[in-house]
Design a protein around this ligand. Structure first.
Ligand code: BGC
Length: 754
């Protein structure tokens, strides 16, 4: 802190210098963009708004017919502005050469790809990373992903996904930062910075894409692609803030979404894209549709046909059409008939060209096509180290009775049970399109580096889908044939590590579930093993919160390891043997039963919140209201004590900013890290506020016996909220301030904001 203040004037000077330069650069770009626009035909302009999927091996012969031939011709004519799913320096260079050398104006293409949690070196799934609450590590993880992606010719990541979600049934919760808008906003911004770095024109930074705009994370009944009905308060206060944070952090692109938002498809939603994103937030990058979502306006019953869809999407501010050929096929006629103005097209093209200029593609269209970098950087040891660090930090200790964990290094007779324990594919998780199959360190591999005293039994088989991306791989649902071997091994062992959960392809896009239990025969396997040896450490692998209530009641130690990527087994082994003390905290509530979903900590109160002797209060008759594990929860091998919660009003008017101080002490016997969390409750408000809202967190490292004072600042940004018109307000009155190690525990005090 002191250092920063000391260097204040220097930094200010630097900021001014950079700002002046940015303005100068932007000016230059705008003039260059004007010049280019004035040379472009309408077809060429629409071409910039057209994105195609990669379709043939460009190093092979030109395709003879069909869609691929048309795409090839369009590339030659300059009727394509960007491609997705083309990767590798050789392929990218070939296509770029085709466009740069053959098309009339030679405008370079953007190459986009779903770089969701790593390219070759795979980091933990984003939900897991969110559990680290470690913004530096998360930024680094995106940085590594950008370095590898840019080394294979890519210049644009379709990430971060900043969709807040409260519904664990939805398979895509694995791809986001969890249920909380404050944490989600911080993580979204960190990821944008990681991808884009300080200089977008550098050869190892790529454009980020905040997606899916908007409310895609609130699908009805957790089923992917369903219509979304959402109230204004939730939209403004929960859904939109992470997008705004990503835009404020400089995200150069935003992807809209498949879903309806209160009856209007997001892709055709002018209020979201023009009024809010490009209007209020002054976003000057471009918006891309989701795959085919312009065409889906017809399926929704919003557009009569593809031509109508093109008109509606373009007018609503969807600048690029991903793979529905609505723009390339129909926008020209729409402009010529006056249904879409030339100004709409020019604005979209200007935005797209701006990003191309900023990336430096006009200076060197092949800047990402260096085979030497490609060879050197993929799977680089530094990237492995970052992935391992991220993986360790993402693990959450959910239960640890009688200190069963950490295991002793000389522990004898360890049984390892479960198909996922030996699997090297599942830990890579969903959305790892650039990765190589079976490249993760399995739990078994990781443990065997520590000890020879490990014996393995599968217990239940994996049922492997045909193609990793399109087919689900499941855990066997009927065959208990492997149980006997597993039970026998457990009986002969001192401790049993059971690796159970979901396969990596059981979450992700279109992987919604109606149950949140351990899939297949795993629950039965767990119970069978428990009968003969209850000294079980349950290592969970899953892409979403699970309702593992039986396990919580019976199993002494439970470790949430999500899908941790390439370094999975190494990270898990380090935690199991105590070489890393787990520090993760849940970014999403774990329900006790699927019937509680959506369950989230920042809910509203009810007029009937108190249990009374009668039945008329808000509750279930067959399940508690409480979650199994709350948001922000996670244990450590040590304990932390919170004390001396104190407020300092630093404003003369006694208003704000307010400094909140709390002392955190490591009262246990080993060093550890803790995430101190600050929540507020605005007690009375014109638009009612939730019972609790996260408004600050800090990760701190403490030696045994050590204590530190943690400081949080509360400014308007933390104390205010959006009303139903989208205006940001800070209302005077009493606020409860709660600080602790989870959303459910901690110290409390009250402040009055004047
Ligand atoms: C997903 C997007 C993704 C796109 C391109 C869509 O199905 O919803 O998140 O970026 O495909 O792969």
């Amino acid at each position: 802190m002191r250092n920063i203040r000391f260097k204040g004037s220097l930094i200010l000077g630097l900021i001014l210098f950079v700002m002046t330069n940015i303005v100068a650069q932007n000016k230059n770009y705008e003039a260059q963009i004007d010049a280019l626009l004035s040379k472009m035909t309408l077809e060429e302009k629409i071409g910039q708004m057209n994105q195609y999927n990669g379709f043939w091996d460009v190093t092979g012969p030109v395709p003879a017919g069909g869609g691929a031939k048309i795409k090839y011709e369009h590339l030659e004519k300059g009727w394509v502005g960007s491609m997705l799913n083309v990767k590798g320096t050789e392929q990218v260079r070939k296509i770029q050469e085709l466009v740069v050398n053959k098309s009339r104006l030679g405008i370079p293409l953007l190459f986009g790809f779903d770089v969701i949690h790593g390219y070759k070196t795979i980091s933990p799934i984003p939900l897991a990373e969110a559990a680290s609450w470690d913004l530096t590590a998360i930024e680094k993880s995106a940085r590594v992903a950008a370095i590898e992606a840019s080394a294979v010719g890519l210049n644009w990541a379709f990430a971060p996904m900043v969709d807040i979600s409260r519904d664990a049934r939805w398979g895509r919760v694995m791809e986001g930062g969890g249920e909380d808008p404050y944490l989600g906003a911080k993580i979204g911004a960190a990821r944008v910075k990681g991808f884009q770095g300080d200089d977008l024109a550098a050869p190892n930074t790529i454009a980020a894409c905040a997606k899916h705009f908007a409310a895609y994370g609130f699908p009805e009944a957790g089923k992917d692609y369903t219509a979304i009905e959402i109230g204004m308060s939730t939209l403004y206060n929960v859904v939109l803030p992470p997008f705004k944070a990503a835009v404020d952090a400089g995200a150069r692109t935003v992807m809209n979404s498949f879903n309806l938002v209160n009856g209007i498809p997001a892709t055709g939603n002018s209020w979201l894209q023009r009024d809010i994103l490009k209007g209020r937030w002054k976003f000057d990058g471009f918006v891309i549709s989701d795959w085919g979502s312009a065409g889906e306006l017809v399926d929704h019953g919003y557009a009569a046909d593809l031509s109508h869809a093109a008109e509606l999407a373009a007018n609503a501010g969807s600048d690029v059409d991903m793979e529905s050929s609505a723009y390339i096929g129909h926008l020209k006629a729409a402009v010529e008939s006056g249904r879409v103005s030339m100004a709409v097209v020019d604005d979209a093209v200007r935005r797209i060209l701006r990003v191309k200029f900023e990336l430096g593609l006009f200076d060197d269209p092949y800047k990402y096509c260096d085979p030497k970098r490609e060879k050197e950087l993929l799977y680089h040891p530094d990237h492995q180290a970052a992935a391992l660090d991220m993986a360790k930090k993402s693990i959450v200790l959910l239960k640890n009775e009688k200190q069963l964990l950490p295991l002793k290094k000389d522990q004898q007779k360890i049984a390892v049970i479960g198909a996922l324990a030996a699997d090297k594919n599942s830990p890579l998780g969903s959305w790892r399109l650039g990765s190589d199959d079976n490249t993760a360190v399995s739990v078994l591999d990781g443990l065997q580096k520590y000890t020879k005293n490990v014996k393995y039994a599968k217990g239940a088989e994996l049922v492997i889908g045909q193609a990793t991306f399109t087919m689900e791989t499941k855990i066997n649902e009927t065959d208990t044939g492997g149980f006997a071997e597993a039970v026998k091994l457990a009986k002969e062992s001192e401790v049993v590590i059971m690796v159970l959960g979901e396969h990596g392809f059981q979450s992700g896009e279109s992987r919604s579930r109606t149950k949140l239990d351990l899939p297949g025969v795993q629950q039965a396997l767990l119970e069978a093993v428990y009968k003969v040896n209850p000294r079980i450490v349950l290592v969970l692998m899953n892409g979403r919160p699970l309702a593992i209530t039986w396990a919580d009641e019976h199993i002494p130690a439970i470790l949430e390891t999500w899908q941790l990527g390439t370094q999975s087994g190494n990270a898990i082994a380090q935690v199991l043997f105590g070489d890393y003390n787990p520090s993760g905290k849940l970014p999403m509530t774990f329900p006790r039963s699927v019937g509680q979903v959506p369950i989230y900590y920042n809910h509203f109160s009810s007029g009937r919140a108190d249990p009374t002797p009668h039945v008329f209060w808000t509750h279930y008759s067959d399940e508690s209201n409480k979650p199994l594990y709350p948001f922000g929860y996670g244990l450590s091998y040590t304990q932390f004590e919170y004390s001396s919660l104190d407020m300092i009003m630093t404003d003369a008017a006694g208003r704000q900013p307010v400094t909140v101080q709390v002392t955190v002490k490591n009262t246990g016997k080993v060093a550890g890290e803790e995430v101190a969390q600050l929540y507020i409750h605005d007690k009375v408000a014109g638009v009612v506020r939730p019972v609790k809202e996260l408004k600050g967190f800090q990760k701190l490292s403490l030696q045994p016996g050590e204590s530190k004072i943690v400081e949080f600042k509360l400014t308007d940004a933390e104390l205010g909220f959006y009303n139903n018109n989208g205006d940001f307000l800070v209302e005077p009155g009493e606020f409860e301030i709660m600080v602790g190690g989870s959303s459910q525990t901690g110290l409390k005090t009250v402040i009055t904001v004047k």
